[in-house]
Structures are given as C-alpha cells and as structure tokens.
Design a binder for this molecule. Structure first.
Ligand SMILES: [Zn+2]
Length: 190
C-alpha cells in the first residue's frame, strides 16, 4: 500500500496517509483532517475548518440576501411615499383649477347644493319682484330667471366633475396607502 507523507494542518506533525485517502486523523493531536488534492499538490487541513468556513459562507450569503431584500423594501416604501406626495400635489392643482375665488379671496369649490340654493334664491327674489313691480317691468323676471338657471346648471356640472375627481383621488390615495402599508410591514417584519 502506497503511503504519502503529509503535515498535520493543526499541530504540524508529519503524518502518513494512504494514497487515495480523503480523511485522516492525526495520531499526534487527534484532529480530523481532510486530504486536499489540488493542482498536483496534496495537503491535509482540519475538517472542521472547512465546515466552519462553509457555515460562515452560508451565514454571509443569508445576510447578503437579507440586505438585498431590506434594500428592495426600502425602495418600495420610498416609491409609495413619493407616489402619494405626487398624487397630493396633483390634487392640490386640480382643486386650485376647479375652485372659484369668492369676494373674500378664499377658494370656493363648486357644490350641487350651491346650484340648488342659487335657483331657490332666484325663485324667492324674482317672485317678490314680480308681485311688487310695476306691470311693464314684471316680465323682465323671466329672462333673469333663465340666466340664473343657466348659471346654476354650470355650477351643478362643475360640482359633478369635482365630485368625480375627488372620488378618483380618494380611491388612488387609498390604493397607494395600502401599498405603503405593505412595504412598511415587509420592512419591519424582517
Ligand atoms: Zn496533528
């Protein structure tokens, strides 16, 4: 049986192993050694060093995976936060575009009840005028009333448009908030 001379990787003692042996126990220090053949060289190193290195590699890979998924979750949180800010900004512009300034300078948004109130006020004021006015100027109330109804109709349709826009804004914002919640819990859940 052919023997090869090796040096123990732990204590440095000379040991002899069989030609094709893969594992050997050092007779001097009782260390389990693995026989490594690489590029014509042959040497013995501690088996637990190898498994320890492999374990450390596993741990490192796991940490790297964790870091990558943390990074991805952070990106998701930032992306959702950014989308919400953009949506809010867009909504502020929409509100600005849809509001009419009142005399006090406060932006006022069109409402359907506003349109109804306009018509009701016109009916009351014009009825009183119709009853009290001279005969020749009474008929003036009808074109004025038609004008008020037209303005009320414009307000009503603006109000409907605004209402639809707000519904869409609220729907999109809720969806983004849910996305943000998922991204945050994924980040904290680790
Ligand atoms: Zn040894």
């Amino acid at each position: 049986m052919k023997l090869i001379r090796l040096t123990c990787g732990n204590c440095g003692a000379p040991i002899e192993v069989r030609k094709h042996a893969r594992l050997v126990v050092c007779p001097f220090c009782d260390t389990h050694l693995k026989v490594i053949r690489s590029d014509g060289a042959i040497y013995a190193i501690m088996a637990d060093v190898i498994s320890k290195s492999a374990r450390e590699l596993d741990v490192s890979a796991e940490r790297l995976d964790g870091a990558a998924s943390d990074l991805q979750n952070n990106v998701n949180v930032l992306r959702a936060e950014n989308a919400i800010m953009e949506l809010d900004e867009e909504w502020r512009w929409t509100m600005h575009a849809m509001s009419r300034s009142s005399r006090i300078g406060q932006p006022r948004l069109p409402t359907r009840s506003g349109a109804v109130l306009m018509v009701m006020a016109a009916v009351i004021v014009l009825s009183a005028y119709f009853l009290l006015a001279e005969h020749w100027s009474r008929w003036f109330t009808f074109p004025v009333f038609a004008g008020v109804v037209f303005l009320a109709w414009l307000t009503w349709s603006d109000a409907s448009e605004f209402r639809d826009a707000r519904t869409e804004y609220v729907r999109r914002r809720q969806a983004l908030m849910a996305e943000l919640g998922d991204a945050r819990s994924a980040l904290e859940g680790r």
